[in-house]
Design a protein around this ligand. Structure first.
Ligand code: PMP
Length: 323
């Protein structure tokens, strides 16, 4: 769909996948005026195709748009864009267990204009890619690298928006994480570096022995929809959920004293992953291994069962895409 200052959103179309033609002066290339979303389509056992909480992604896209001075796309139009793409060829949606179609909606400033101001011409697109099971042969715990040199987002910055610039800022620390044998980087808050923010592409959750679940509250992290859903499922089971600042010392001391019994990361791609180890400059926190009876794996199973239609969707989280 195209948007212009004069006409608003217009000319929605589904076209064959291929290169986009953009002027080299398009503002997205120079000022990174861009936002995106990540959401999946799941095929249920009866062949129908569903997605999970698209309204939440649609609202998050609107919040990102506001921060990046991009136009607002109605949530109904966002959901319709997913339906239209899936309708083209719903055979794309894999039918095997724990596989899905990853949908990537994104909005970019397409106006040819080199002055620094919000673009008057914008494009919104959705592309899709079949996604295999993230884990084959069981959910494997991951090691995380603590970045003390770099931060991902600062106070008043774009941390809460899903915009390419945040990911550009995390590429170098992410490389550092790989070099140290870790799959993701953990960022601390930028003002004093004492509090946990999030991973390069996932949120972090700590589980206490008494069943309390704690997750960082910050206005510079991405409000993950997986995290929100997992915490809701935990609350449904009677767990106390605390959204508050969490320091790296709390993590270390809690694991050392045995008060923190599980730590996991969550996001659309991998759903829920146990964090086995956090390491970095002078830091090494080895968390207890999440066993088959852990809360981590049982919440993961509950959420994926809902997404694949194997358990009742009591919160009304699923939206059918192919009808
Ligand atoms: N934080 C960041 C930086 C992310 O990129 C993601 C993935 N979108 C998340 C958290 C998790 O968000 P969600 O559960 O909505 O995928």
């Amino acid at each position: 769909i195209e948007w212009t200052v004069d006409e608003g959103w217009h000319d929605a179309a589904v076209v064959p996948y291929g290169p986009l033609s953009l002027d080299p002066a398009a503002s997205v290339f120079h000022y990174a005026q861009e936002i995106f979303e990540g959401i999946k389509a799941y095929r249920h056992a009866d062949g129908s195709v569903w997605t999970f909480r698209p309204d939440a992604n649609g609202h998050r896209l609107q919040r990102s748009a506001e921060r990046l001075a991009l136009p607002k796309l109605a949530v109904e139009d966002f959901v319709e864009s997913l339906k239209q793409l899936v309708a083209v060829d719903e055979k794309w949606v894999p039918s095997a267990d724990e596989t899905s179609l990853y949908l990537r909606p994104f909005m970019i400033a397409t106006e040819s204009f080199l002055g620094v101001r919000a673009a008057h011409r914008v494009g919104y697109y959705v592309i899709a890619s079949p996604a295999g099971a993230y884990f084959t042969g069981g959910v494997a715990p991951v090691s995380i690298w603590l970045s003390t040199t770099y931060s991902r987002a600062g106070k008043g910055g774009t941390g809460a928006a899903k915009t390419g610039g945040n990911y550009a800022a995390s590429l170098l620390p992410q490389e550092e994480a790989y070099q140290h044998g870790c799959s993701q980087v953990l960022f601390l808050n930028s003002t004093d570096g004492a509090y946990i923010e999030e991973l390069g592409g996932m949120n972090v959750v700590l589980v206490y022995r008494d069943g309390t679940i704690v997750t960082p509250d910050s206005d510079s992290i991405l409000e993950g929809i997986t995290r929100d859903s997992i915490l809701q499922l935990a609350e449904d089971r009677g767990h106390r959920v605390e959204r508050r600042r969490v320091s790296i010392d709390e993590w270390r001391d809690g694991v050392a004293s045995g008060d923190i019994v599980e730590v996991f990361a969550c996001g659309t791609a991998a759903v829920v992953v146990p964090i086995a180890e956090l390491k970095g400059d002078g830091v090494s926190i080895v968390s207890p291994v999440a066993g088959p009876d852990s809360l981590t794996l049982s919440l993961r199973a509950e959420l994926t069962d809902i997404q694949y239609g194997r358990r009742p969707d009591r919160h009304g989280w699923l939206t059918r895409l192919d009808a």
